[in-house]
Design a binder for this molecule. Structure first.
Ligand SMILES: Nc1ncnc2c1ncn2[C@@H]1O[C@H](COP(=O)(O)OP(=O)(O)OP(=O)(O)O)[C@@H](O)[C@H]1O
Length: 263
């Protein structure tokens, strides 16, 4: 990456998000700061309930923080109306969820074309772009198949094509291999590596899978809503090393967390 490419796409500072469940207050994200450079890929790992999804939703403007600052390409998201935030998300971000969330009655092609149609593109333009994205994810020949005629991994590849349709600057993915069996997970993992290798976009990916985390330039670990550790991709060579790193971080935080029993 050249120095001119090294502009901050996303700047998060001191993000906080609390939820209430009955009488309990849950501090889901607790003072997280992250800078994401254009073209960079970051993986977020951490135990279940550590705040990964909440953080991803804050970064994508799906949730508003209680406090903290979040800038996307220099714009302070807090100053944007809900409508402006929605259009920024539709035009400049792509989101992939754990479940593909495809519309079962539409073909793969029409599912992928949908975001562009909703953004006002003509059917011809949207379908041409959708064809191109489907080819890129290796499903050009399955364009007219409905989700029910495809495997879970193929459906997830369609969902990735849909997230990429508008050529977003930022792709956010929440456990994209989480609901897949081993082979489908490997296929999707390989595709995500291709997505991350394209430096025209940045990627933030929440994952429990060390093989998926290996696609990132940096791996961040959350614990109890806090960013507790970060490692550069250059410092881990294999999925096994990522798993060992995460175990060490988890052990260290259990030992030193003031709320841990027995300390
Ligand atoms: N809408 C909500 N209302 C109340 N509590 C919530 C809400 N969303 C998340 N939480 C709580 O916030 C905490 C963080 O949740 P989050 O889903 O971000 O964790 P996570 O790390 O993504 O977990 P997992 O790996 O299991 O998906 C959890 O304690 C969760 O129960």
């Amino acid at each position: 990456m050249t120095t001119t490419d090294r502009r901050a796409l996303l700047q998060a500072s001191g993000l906080q998000k609390r939820f209430t469940a009955g009488t309990d207050a849950i501090h889901a994200v607790d003072g997280v700061s992250i800078d994401l450079i254009a073209g960079e890929t970051v993986a977020i790992m951490g135990a279940s309930g550590s705040g990964k999804t909440t953080l991803l939703h804050l970064l994508g403007g799906l949730l508003r923080p209680d406090s903290g600052i979040l800038r996307f390409a220099g714009a302070d998201l807090a100053t944007l109306s809900d409508a402006a935030l929605t259009s920024l998300r539709c035009e400049r971000m792509g989101i992939v969820y754990q479940s593909s969330n495809l519309i079962p009655t539409l073909s793969a092609l029409d599912n992928v074309a949908l975001p562009m149609l909703l953004n006002g593109s003509s059917r011809t333009t949207a379908r041409a772009a959708a064809h191109e994205r489907l080819r890129e994810v290796g499903l050009g020949a399955r364009a007219l198949h409905r989700p029910g005629q495809m495997s879970g991994g193929e459906q997830q590849r369609v969902a990735i094509a849909r997230a990429l349709i508008a050529k977003p600057e930022l792709v956010l993915a929440d456990e994209p291999t989480g609901s897949l069996d081993r082979q489908n997970s490997l296929d999707v993992c390989q595709l995500l590596h291709q997505v991350a290798a394209d430096r025209s976009r940045s990627v933030v990916i929440v994952t429990h899978d060390p093989a998926v985390a290996l696609l990132a330039d940096r791996i961040l670990v959350l614990s109890d809503g806090k960013l507790v550790s970060e490692i550069s991709r250059a410092d881990v060579a294999t999925a096994e090393e990522v798993a060992i790193y995460c175990m060490r971080v988890a052990r260290r935080n259990q030992v030193f967390a003031p709320s841990s029993p027995g300390i």
